[in-house]
Design a protein around this ligand. Structure first.
Ligand SMILES: Nc1ncnc2c1ncn2[C@@H]1O[C@H](COP(=O)(O)OP(=O)(O)O)[C@@H](O)[C@H]1O
Ligand SMILES: [Mg+2]
Length: 255
């Protein structure tokens, strides 16, 4: 039996009369990259928000290594290893790339997001930050102000911050959206790199079919908030139900 790192059980959220995520039961495993597909409005982002804690479920449960996180705040879930890619607003825009990454390393070490440096551990944390800087190929930009980075490099910095938090579960919601063609491969290479670590569980919402084919170990399909299909990429993409509800839309979107 494969170990389950993250699981949702009948996970549901209602917005008024609208059920955006409807009884989704699914297990995720270390060493596996699961791509979540589905038309716009299917509930993919809402499902991520329920897992990371930005939204609280109406009913159902979120489990990490068997522990119930359903009622925990996002910060507590992060401490339990759930990692959601940072938004630009989580950056300290006036600080440099390296300083931002060092703060994430510091937060991971349980020292919070204080900008004042804890003197004794400063060197070790800077070295760790430099490691993630290198891993995300941002070394040349270490001393650039985050706010002044081009969009593509900001997205790479977001991945660097996520890696610096050393989560067990990585969640990426359309990480290449709005990126130029020359930047998108960098971020996807980083995700491919993370996926090589057999202890990490990766969830990725992605529309681009070439990306899905390249990275997915498994695909799940959401439609109207429900889990419609779950399996090996080839099987799922070839299934009639997916062709009917998803591929039609996907072709339009990528055309
Ligand atoms: N905070 C909210 N309040 C009300 N409706 C919401 C909220 N968030 C999402 N929804 C609705 O839930 C559905 C799923 O949205 P979303 O998860 O963003 O879809 P996807 O990411 O698959 O495109 C949509 O109908 C959306 O309008
Ligand atoms: Mg979305």
């Amino acid at each position: 039996m494969t170990k389950t790192s993250l699981a949702t059980r009948d996970l549901t959220i209602r917005f008024g009369g609208h059920v955006a995520v409807n009884k989704v039961t699914c297990d995720f495993h270390p060493g596996e990259l699961t791509v979540i597909v589905g038309p716009n409005g299917a509930g993919k982002t809402t499902y991520f928000n329920l897992i990371s804690g930005q939204l609280t479920a109406t009913s159902g449960r979120v489990l990490k290594d068997g522990m119930d996180l359903t009622r925990m705040a996002p910060s507590a879930r992060a401490r339990h290893g759930l990692g959601r890619a940072f938004q630009l607003t989580n950056l300290f825009p006036q600080l440099t790339v390296l300083e931002n990454i060092r703060l994430a390393v510091q937060a991971r070490a349980g020292l919070g997001w204080r900008i004042l440096r804890p003197v004794g551990r400063y060197k070790a944390m800077t070295e760790k930050a430099e490691h993630y800087l290198e891993a995300t190929r941002l070394t040349g930009l270490a001393h650039q102000t985050a706010a002044l980075l081009p969009h593509g490099d900001q997205r790479k910095l977001e991945v660097a911050l996520l890696m610096a938090m050393e989560p067990d579960i990585y969640m990426f919601d359309e990480p290449t959206a709005g990126m130029s063609l020359d930047h998108a491969p960098d971020v996807l290479d980083l995700i491919a790199e993370i996926k090589k670590d057999p202890s990490k569980t990766v969830l990725l919402v992605e529309h681009k079919m070439d990306v899905v084919r390249k990275l997915a170990d498994r695909i799940i399909v959401l439609h109207n908030g429900e889990l419609l299909a779950d399996g090996k990429p080839d099987e799922v993409m070839e299934s009639q139900i997916v062709r009917d509800v998803y591929l039609g839309t996907a072709t339009e979107e990528t055309a």
